[in-house]
Design a protein around this ligand. Structure first.
Ligand SMILES: [Fe+2]
Ligand SMILES: [Fe+2]
Length: 263
């Protein structure tokens, strides 16, 4: 049995502080074999830096994924060079830095593969290809790998893409988890063929913000064509959203449990 704590998009300093205050105790209580988080919003909401990645690793994040915002800062080059345990979406062309999957060795618990894809609806990214073929190819190539677990993150705006993709791969991998909307969904379940699924894990960041942006800025953008640009909400409550996966094989999962905390 492999226990994975999978955390939603960590947003800026409020998110990093929330990880620092929640994760050590959560690690002690749940004893996950590995802690994973999406870090696309780690540095002031936009992308990640080497410094902020090192910071959250020091709090207990073991493995990371990079969504569509990772390209916003030049650090992506170093972060995706192979020096850090970070993957990006697998449905980018081959000449884009980084890789779409990685295998982590958990010692006596075995090896687990993490994969990521990015949705195509409302994502404003014309570079990604379809989601299904790259994942099929990775699964096909890993057939003879000795894997105890396979987890796919779908970084996408629409739940329709997430649900359809999860059902497509149901029974072919351990779990499919969604990210990117920063809003947790309550549809976590084990699918008919044994894979776990949730449409969106949520985020770690400022609670009363528009995803992470100060609400008044987005409100001005809704009202005026000359509104200021995005800035992160540093004040008020923070939320910490994650899921706990208990994986029993490379193509099934025994449980998926939501963790939604307000700090
Ligand atoms: Fe995000
Ligand atoms: Fe995103």
């Amino acid at each position: 049995m492999i226990k994975i704590l999978y955390i939603g998009d960590i947003c800026g300093r409020p998110g990093r502080e929330a990880v620092a205050s929640v994760l050590p105790e959560l690690r002690k209580k749940e004893k996950p074999d590995i802690v994973v988080a999406d870090v696309e919003n780690l540095a002031h909401g936009r992308g990640a830096t080497v410094k902020t990645v090192r910071e959250v690793m020091s709090y207990g994040i073991d493995f990371m994924t990079a969504g569509n915002h990772i390209w916003r800062r030049p650090d992506y080059e170093e972060l995706l060079s192979g020096e850090f345990p970070i993957i990006r979406a697998a449905n980018y062309p081959e000449d884009i830095p980084g890789k779409g999957f990685d295998i982590v060795d958990l010692g006596r618990k075995g090896r687990v593969m993490f994969m990521m894809v990015q949705g195509r609806q409302l994502m404003n990214d014309s570079v990604t290809t379809d989601m299904l073929r790259p994942i099929e190819k990775i699964l096909e190539n890993s057939r003879d790998d000795n894997l105890e677990g396979i987890v796919l993150e779908i970084h996408a705006e629409t739940t329709s893409e997430k649900v359809a993709t999860a059902l497509y791969f149901d029974g072919k991998l351990s779990a499919v988890v969604g990210t990117h909307t920063h809003v947790p969904t309550a549809d976590e379940r084990i699918l008919p063929n044994g894979s776990a699924f949730i449409s969106d894990i949520g985020m770690v960041g400022p609670m009363n913000s528009s995803l992470w942006v100060k609400a008044e800025i987005v409100q001005q953008q809704l009202r005026y064509p000359f509104a200021p640009s995005y800035d992160i909400e540093e004040d008020g409550e923070r939320r910490f959203d994650a899921v706990l996966l208990e994986i029993d094989s490379r193509d099934s999962c025994t449980s998926i449990k939501r963790i939604n905390k307000v700090l």
